[in-house]
Design a protein around this ligand. Sequence first.
Ligand SMILES: O=C(O)CCC(=O)C(=O)O
Length: 258
Amino acid sequence: MPSDEFVESNPLLDDPPALRSRMRDEGYLFFRGIGPKEKLLAARRDVIALCREARWCDGDGRWTGVGPFTEGDREYMAVYQKVIKLPSFLAVPEDRVFMKLIGNIIGGEAMLHRLRIGRITFPNNVQQTTAAHQDHWYIRGAPDTYTIWQPLGECPRELGGLALLPRSQKNGFIEHRFQAEKKYAGHGLQDDQIPAASQDQWLTADFGVGDFLVFHSFTIHKALPNLTRDRLRISTDNRYQRAGDAIAEISTKSHYNL
Ligand SMILES: O=C(O)CCC(=O)C(=O)O
């Protein structure tokens, strides 16, 4: 039976041509444990403090039953605008490990977008799980733009990590459809738009602290639902490209311009 686990790219870390080649072939790279753990946990602590202040969770990130709220909801945005200004949250994607890695993937000077996204995903809210999409729909600019997705804290599958379709970037960009039921990220790809041969090839992982996923802006990916009873899924996704390449205005501003 084929594995539904990402292939780890840690052994390629110091081999830029091999990193580039795997990214070109597979559309993603997955690394275990090399993210800046202290920074990730500091950001997690600060995000949880804000969620706790809003009475969404206890000090351990355990949901109180308030909500569920989603990006776009007034209650969510009131907390979110504080999250994306936290110095600890902003510091994560700037870490040298990411800048160097992306520099090696693009073979040049990496630039981190000002747009930095945080996600707080409540339990009992499956309908609002991020649908399958390609980031190029939202980010535009240079196709050779790369997303790094990582949880702040551990993210076992039932908490809803990220899944993607390997090699899906090779089919190029696909027009997205409006999905009226979504409160945010309202455009996505439906099953009939995804090549039939790859429908059963979704890959994912149980993410530990410091594990992260890098993928191309044409790679099809989606969130997995948070199926836990009482845990908030806290994550961040950030985008990088070659300095000097085309960039759309949205990527030069903070999320929602908050
Ligand atoms: O974390 C999520 O729910 C969605 C993340 C995502 O789609 C992305 O990083 O592009």
